[in-house]
Each structure stands twice: as structure tokens, then as C-alpha cells.
Design a protein around this ligand. Structure first.
Ligand SMILES: CC(C)(COP(=O)(O)OP(=O)(O)OC[C@H]1O[C@@H](n2cnc3c(N)ncnc32)[C@H](O)[C@@H]1OP(=O)(O)O)[C@@H](O)C(=O)NCCC(=O)NCCS
Length: 149
């Protein structure tokens, strides 16, 4: 059964795996199919949300609750549907999902040159907290961001 969170956004489930991977693989730092599959289906700490319109999945976000620190592991919107606030809605719902739980806050890593994502996170209340050197392929650094609960 599909578990709706809000209009167009619902929890991701096994049947969404292929569609989520189609979107994920557009990203330069995409997870492999197998890692994505394990995270969606076998990681009890992970929660996926998908944005679905007229039966089409246009974006997703994945989160992981690690001892009250909510890690935003991944967010991606289909390239032909970007700049329509789908990313903003997914991120806000992903955050909202934990609001009644005893959590410390939300954290993520983002490639230093990923301006669209950094802007999205800043607009949603995240602040830069540090960097991780050579975190991504091609020795790209990551920015660590936090939004406290
Ligand atoms: C990052 C991403 C999820 C944003 O999704 P989106 O639906 O296009 O974003 P929104 O329409 O909600 O935009 C929200 C804000 O993000 C910023 N933004 C979005 N696209 C941008 C761009 N191309 N350049 C600069 N800022 C951008 C803007 O601040 C925007 O707010 P504004 O429209 O009021 O200016 C999307 O670009 C994406 O899927 N990128 C590839 C995957 C990725 O890099 N994920 C992040 C991994 S850490």
C-alpha cells in the first residue's frame, strides 16, 4: 500500500526502486544500483520519500536516522523537472517527517561546486559547518551542513 505523506509525496517502497535509480544515475556522484537497492530495501534506519505526479516519479529524497542525527543521504529531481520547487518540497517533507521525534538535527554532505543543491539547503535553513577533503570522485571536497532541530 502506498503511504502518502502530503500531496504528491509518499514513502518510497520496493516497487519504486527502478524509477528511483533512473533518477539517481543522472547524478555525477550516483550510487550504484546495488547500494541503492540495499539502502532502500535492507537498511532499517533509512526512509525514502518520492514525489509522484500522474504515476510518474519525478524526484526522491533519502534520509537516515543515526542516533537522532538525521542524515540527508540523497536528494534528486528528474533533470527535466528541476526548478519547479520539487526539491524544496521533498526536503521540507523529509525534515517534517521527524519533527515529533527526539532528534538533534539534520546534516548532509554536498559537493563544494554543487551550487543548486547548496542554495536549496541554505534556503531550507541549513548552515555550513565544515568541509571534508577529497570526499567525492575526482578529489572534490564536500561541505558539511547542519540544520539543528
Ligand atoms: C539540487 C536539486 C535537488 C534541486 O531540486 P529542484 O527541484 O530543481 O530545486 P527547487 O526548484 O526546489 O529550487 C530551490 C532552490 O534551489 C536553488 N537552485 C535550484 N536550481 C538551481 C540552479 N540551477 N542554480 C542555482 N540555484 C538553484 C535556488 O536557490 C532555488 O530557489 P529559487 O527558485 O527560489 O531561487 C536538483 O538540482 C537536482 O536533482 N540536482 C542533481 C542531484 C543533486 O545534486 N543532489 C544533491 C546531492 S547533495
Amino acid at each position: 500500500m502506498k503511504k502518502e505523506i502530503s500531496n504528491c509525496i509518499r514513502l518510497g517502497q520496493e516497487a519504486d526502486l527502478e524509477k528511483i535509480y533512473e533518477i539517481e544515475k543522472e547524478d555525477v556522484d550516483a550510487w550504484s544500483y546495488e547500494i541503492l537497492r540495499q539502502d532502500l530495501l535492507e537498511n532499517e534506519f533509512s526512509t525514502y520519500f518520492v514525489y509522484e505526479e500522474e504515476g510518474q516519479i519525478l524526484g526522491f529524497i533519502s534520509t537516515m536516522n543515526i542516533c537522532g542525527e538525521i542524515q540527508i543521504n540523497n536528494i534528486s529531481v528528474r533533470s527535466d523537472f528541476r526548478n519547479k520547487k520539487i526539491g524544496t518540497r521533498l526536503l521540507k517533507e523529509g525534515i517534517n517527517y521527524y519533527k515529533d521525534q527526539d532528534i538533534i538535527g539534520y546534516t548532509l554532505e554536498v559537493r563544494m561546486d554543487n551550487e543548486p543543491a547548496i542554495n536549496l539547503y541554505k534556503k531550507t535553513g541549513f548552515e555550513i559547518a565544515g568541509t571534508r577533503k577529497n570526499y567525492y570522485k575526482n578529489n572534490k571536497d564536500a561541505i558539511i551542513m547542519w540544520r539543528l532541530a
